[in-house]
Design a protein around this ligand. Structure first.
Ligand code: GRF
Length: 178
């Protein structure tokens, strides 16, 4: 199966995924994203909704891109946009996201800060299939992370679970579908 990773930012999950699995395409909606510079030997593309006349056209361009690269599965790794219908229809049930909370708790942005400020005893990591909502869609895997003394410590604890769990889950999905 050919895997694409979509990332808007740092790309630490992309790094963890690429250490375990072949990545066929990296896409970012931010031309400055560090994620675009990580894998020198993998094709990367960047464009953003503002480059198009409508959001629909941006989504159509994404659907065309995954078709051009014969992508079978897309892993969102810090991709900070809602996925629209054209891409969902291009890869039905084949788009996966990672979110740093135990969904349905703390969806949306700054989920780690939200959990820290709420002083919950535990938070965690969720990997789920993507639908048209924000951090909704069927859950594939979750792992708990206990609350830490500082936000930085909680972020570290969550990211280290992410970097182990995401490649594991993607490898399993890809194995089941080959
Ligand atoms: C991760 O915490 C992920 O769960 C969230 O965005 C962050 C991306 O980090 N969706 P990185 O770009 O992979 O370093």
């Amino acid at each position: 199966m050919r895997l694409a990773v979509f990332a808007s930012g740092q790309g630490t999950n992309l790094e963890a995924i690429a250490a375990r699995l072949p990545v066929s395409l990296v896409f970012s909606d931010r031309a400055q994203a560090r994620a675009l510079t990580i894998l020198e030997s993998v094709p990367s593309r960047t464009f953003k909704p503002m480059d198009f006349t409508s959001r629909e056209d941006y989504e159509e361009a994404l659907a065309a891109l995954v078709e051009e690269f014969a992508i079978d599965i897309v892993a969102l790794a810090g991709y900070m946009r809602v996925v629209g219908r054209p891409l969902l229809q291009a890869l039905p049930g084949r788009i996966v996201n990672i979110h740093p909370s135990l969904l349905p708790a703390f969806p949306g942005r700054d989920a780690i800060t939200q959990a820290f400020e709420a002083k919950v005893a535990e938070t965690g990591v969720t990997i789920h299939y993507v639908d048209e909502g924000i951090d909704t869609g069927p859950i594939i895997a979750q792992e708990k992370v206990p609350m830490q003394d500082s936000l930085a410590a909680l972020e570290n604890a969550i990211h280290s679970v992410e970097h182990r769990l995401y490649p594991e889950v993607l490898a399993q999905i890809m194995e089941e579908n080959t």
